[in-house]
Design a binder for this molecule. Structure first.
Ligand SMILES: [Zn+2]
Length: 84
């Protein structure tokens, strides 16, 4: 599913009636995309998915660091309480 936002972002594929209709906000029913258009969108979406995955992974790593840090702080606090 290629959304209008995607088409606006990438620009319409040359000679693709669906892209043109999407840009004009016309109904798309029954209008085929050109092979070139589909491939173009697939390529961009695959790249976009990679970026999303990388970002998610980075967030996960960051979250992990943050969790570990917080746990260490908590453990520290407990140890200090036990010592006193
Ligand atoms: Zn198109």
């Amino acid at each position: 599913m290629i959304r209008r936002e995607d088409v606006e972002l990438m620009g319409p594929a040359a000679g693709c009636p669906t892209c043109r209709k999407q840009m004009m906000k016309e109904p798309l029913a029954g209008v085929p995309r050109t092979e070139e258009c589909r491939r173009r969108h697939e390529r961009v979406m695959a790249r976009d998915k990679d970026h999303r995955y990388e970002r998610a992974f980075e967030n996960l790593m960051h979250e992990d660091e943050e969790t570990v840090r917080r746990k260490n702080v908590n453990r520290h606090a407990v140890e200090e309480r036990e010592l006193n």
